[in-house]
Design a protein around this ligand. Structure first.
Ligand code: HEM
Length: 461
């Protein structure tokens, strides 16, 4: 069963306490499998025209109330700080937003450790500082549904004045929903309290809704700061959008080389090493439940594929502390630097673009055509991404690994290492590269449906 269908099956409408009819569906609705879609980045040249377009687009953004309905296509919409400014939102409201949002992603490069190969000077034009005002995402079940939805959106754009399309990028994956490295992804998502979705067997407790939805109580017992006025802030959220160009061939070469260097005979050793780097096998089966070989039935089963913690693997002998999955959600692991993992949980809505991964790819095939739009949603999105980039991705102190970085998304200006705990001595692998290069991104605000109408109608006037 796909992740979306499993979620739908666990939804008990009358148990939802959130204002679902005001929240954008994308916050609760996961991708279909297979999926196709488009990201579009718009620039507002003139406030009235921009507001008119927003009003027209808002009609096509479904609410979370109907998120379990069968839909051929749906849209999510988010606005940058410069976008709110260009739409004419008053200064007092603008100043009530978090400082990192006001500055925008490029200006936060230092806090995000977006330097070297990932620095803003290498980004696409659509993400030049101040270029992306509105980010529009359309997800669809198939190409025909996407064409229809896209037609509608482009018609709204053509009928508008004062808005320019600065970037457009198609994405999609087949029913295996695999990313550019050949791994199934977007599996582990937090359970949002009050959403009406029942927990999975063995799933950790629901995370307070205010971690994801502005105006609701967070894990601290009260809401996180909300932009003003409440008509603008309430039931909205924040979005981090980062476009990565994946070096899938270089990643393949690295794995082949390491498996060969350890005297392995290819195939099985490569797959085990790839799983150790990620924390899951390519099918999505997690190492803690499938330590020795892939188990595609487990990987494809939402009832089982996330039902684990690390209590039986405190030393990382099965799933290395340094693996991408364990770093980004250490669950019950004992960390050297104490952190409340529940305030760093994120809803991921990433989308893969480019041709499908193949085992034969080498670095020579890395021509910038494959990658991921990494998208996450959280009421603390900026604090969380900057914390993750600084501590859990580009350092290793919290797991006693000094300067070792995340093997998938860490920035490696010089080749890095990866540590695999094993008996009698741990194995340390060299040659980890920057396998995902950042090609742009923006900090965005995802307004509620009421707030979209409020902005479109110039509610402050
Ligand atoms: C851009 C390239 C990336 C790739 C190819 C990638 C791939 C994956 C894969 C294969 C998984 C395991 C399956 C799953 O649970 O979805 C995963 C999990 C995860 N990733 Fe990434 N990821 C990327 C970027 C990021 C970034 C930039 C972050 C955070 C800032 C991140 C945060 C997470 C989290 C939180 C999990 C779930 C961990 C858990 O709950 O067990 N990923 N990723």
């Amino acid at each position: 069963m796909s992740i979306l269908n499993d979620l739908k099956a666990r939804f008990i409408g009358d148990q939802a306490t959130l204002a679902l009819d005001d929240i954008q569906a994308l916050i609760l609705r996961s991708r279909p499998e297979p999926y196709v879609g488009v990201h579009a980045m718009l620039h507002i040249d003139e406030a009235a025209g921009g507001r008119a377009l927003l009003g027209r687009m808002a009609e096509h953004v479904p609410s979370a109330a109907g998120w379990t309905d069968d839909r051929d296509a749906w849209m999510g919409l988010a606005i940058s700080f410069e976008g709110l400014k260009a739409l004419g939102v008053p200064q007092a409201s603008l100043e009530s937003f978090p400082l990192p949002f006001q500055q925008g992603m490029a200006q936060r490069a230092e806090q995000l450790r977006d330097t070297g190969a990932n620095a803003p000077e290498h980004w696409d034009d659509a993400f030049a500082p101040g270029a992306c005002h509105i980010a529009l995402t359309i997800y669809a079940r198939d190409d025909a549904a996407l064409a229809l939805a896209l037609d509608q959106a482009m018609k709204a754009l053509d009928e508008s004045s004062g808005v320019t399309l600065v970037g457009r990028h198609a994405f999609g994956a087949d029913e295996e929903a695999k990313n550019p490295f050949g791994f199934r992804d977007s599996i582990s998502q937090p359970l949002v309290a009050g959403s009406g979705v029942a927990p999975l067997p063995g799933q950790e407790r629901a995370i307070a809704a205010g971690e994801f939805i502005l105006g609701e109580n967070s894990e601290t017992g009260k809401p996180v700061a909300m932009p003003e006025p409440p008509e603008l802030g309430r039931n909205g959220s924040y979005v981090v959008l980062r476009k990565y160009e994946s070096q899938a061939g270089a990643f393949n070469d690295f794995i082949r080389g390491q498996a060969h260097a350890s005297g392995g005979d290819g195939g099985a050793d490569e797959e085990l090493l790839a799983a150790k780097l990620v924390g899951r096998w390519r099918s999505g089966a997690p190492l803690p439940l499938a330590p020795d070989h892939d188990d595609p039935a487990l990987g494809a089963d939402p009832q089982r594929n996330n039902g684990f913690d690390y209590s039986r693997d405190p030393r990382g002998m099965v799933c290395p502390h340094a693996s991408h999955m364990r770093r980004l959600n250490p669950r019950d692991s004992q960390l050297s630097i104490l952190t409340d993992v529940n305030i760093h949980r994120i809803i991921r809505r990433s989308s893969t673009y480019g041709p499908k991964w193949r085992r034969e790819l080498t670095a020579r095939d890395d021509r910038g055509e494959r990658g991921i739009y990494f998208i996450f949603i959280s009421a603390r999105a900026y604090d969380t991404i900057e914390f993750l980039q600084q501590e859990w991705i580009n350092r290793g102190n919290f797991i006693d690994l000094g300067t070792e970085r995340d093997p998938l998304v860490g920035l490696h200006d010089t080749p890095g290492t990866f540590t695999i705990p094993q008996q009698p001595v741990r194995r340390r692998i060299d040659g980890v590269g920057t396998f995902n290069r950042l090609r742009g991104g923006e900090y965005l605000f995802m307004p509620s449906l009421g707030a979209l109408r409020w902005i479109a109608g110039g509610g402050w006037q």
